[in-house]
Design a protein around this ligand. Structure first.
Ligand code: 5GP
Length: 347
């Protein structure tokens, strides 16, 4: 047994130190990034915020709204769409603004294979998602996907430590997804005791990835736009959001009315609810590692997106970053014991 004594931090443990700036307004800030992915060689130009591949967030409606509103953001489409639905979307819109998601199960691979056979070059980006990215089996799986699809951009995870980021990048991953346990509907830390404070995970994993010409996507734990700014400031190339985008018209979920108030159900992808819906139940050998919550219905996504993008832009102006790329270079975090004044509640 060993104990690591150095302090690991979460978003709630820090604030961003403001710096002198020549920027006049948040309008002058460019929050797009351009990347050339290490393995696929493809170019990316956009706002590097991704809707998570959860079945009420990574939806086709969400992708259509992102495209319509010209946000520049992308959506990791959840893996439970029928192949015909996916086909219809990729016809119409191509693959630029979405990530096609798979897990390690055979069904996902068969669906991907038949999709690629039918539409050979339409998938540009893949999101390979498992709860625990530490298994050798996962590394082998990622290698086989890279061999099969040399020119598709692969994002894969999740992991939280530098050595595993390196192993995944050397195995053909372009973007390593970082985060174990920080998610809004995740119960992994409670059920298993496993996890890593997300801000430190981002800082350490970004360092490991960038050293090898790879990228990371900070996945989970953002609760407000300021957390997204902190994630970029800590070195994340992409940030993935679940809960912050849940509960909207784009969720493709039923609206529940109770005493004149409107709600939606939001759940983790390994919760009882998700497993019952997609797999007919929770397999006997595993525990659910996600929760189900009832959240206030929030209407159309456009106002939420404006708040998110406005918040990130504003963070850039506070530290004098003209471009999102400069944010991490200009970032000084201050350790704090309090984030906000709660006299009128926690909002
Ligand atoms: P959020 O932005 O809601 O804090 O986090 C979103 C992330 O939580 C997802 O991208 C995914 O990595 C993770 N996640 C989603 N569902 C589950 C679940 O059921 N269990 C766990 N452990 N993580 C989940």
């Amino acid at each position: 047994m060993r104990i690591e004594e150095d302090i690991k931090l979460d978003f709630k443990d820090v604030l961003i130190r403001p710096k002198r700036s020549t920027l006049r307004s948040r309008k002058d800030v460019d929050i797009t990034r351009s990347f050339t992915f290490k393995w696929s060689g493809r170019k990316y130009d956009g706002v590097p915020i991704i809707a998570a591949n959860m079945d009420s967030v990574g939806t086709i409606s969400m992708a259509q709204s992102f495209i319509k509103l010209k946000t520049g953001m992308s959506v990791a489409l959840h893996k439970h769409y029928h192949i015909d639905k996916l086909n219809e979307f990729y016809d119409k819109y191509g693959g630029q603004s979405v990530w096609y998601s798979i897990g390690m199960v055979k069904d996902d691979q068969e669906k991907l294979d038949s999709f690629v056979k039918e539409r050979p070059s339409v998938i540009e980006k893949l999101c390979v998602d498992v709860a625990n990215g530490y298994s050798e089996h996962f590394v082998d799986f990622v290698k086989s996907i890279r061999d099969k699809f040399p020119d598709i951009t692969i994002m894969a995870g999740n992991v939280v430590t530098g050595e595993m980021v390196e192993e995944l990048i050397l195995s053909g991953v372009d973007v390593v997804k970082v985060g174990i346990g920080p998610g809004s509907v995740c119960t992994t830390r409670k059920m298993t005791g496993v996890g890593y404070p997300q801000l430190s995970a981002i800082i350490e994993c970004a360092d490991a990835a960038h050293g090898l010409g790879g990228l990371i996507c900070a996945d989970g734990g953002c609760t407000v736009p300021g957390d997204i700014a902190k994630a970029f400031g800590a070195g994340a190339d992409f940030v993935m959001l679940g809960g912050m985008l849940a509960g909207h018209d784009q969720s493709e979920m039923e609206i529940i009315e109770e005493n004149g108030n409107k709600y939606m159900i939001f759940y983790g992808m390994s919760s009882d609810t998700a497993m019952k819906k997609h797999k007919g139940g929770v397999a006997g050998y595993r525990a659910s590692e996600g929760k189900t919550v009832k959240i206030a219905y929030r209407g159309d996504i456009s106002q939420t997106l404006q708040d998110i993008l406005g918040g990130v832009r504003s963070a850039c102006t506070y530290v004098g970053a003209t471009k999102l790329k400069e944010l991490s270079k200009r970032m000084t975090f201050i350790r704090v014991t309090q984030q906000i004044n709660t006299v009128f509640g926690n909002d």
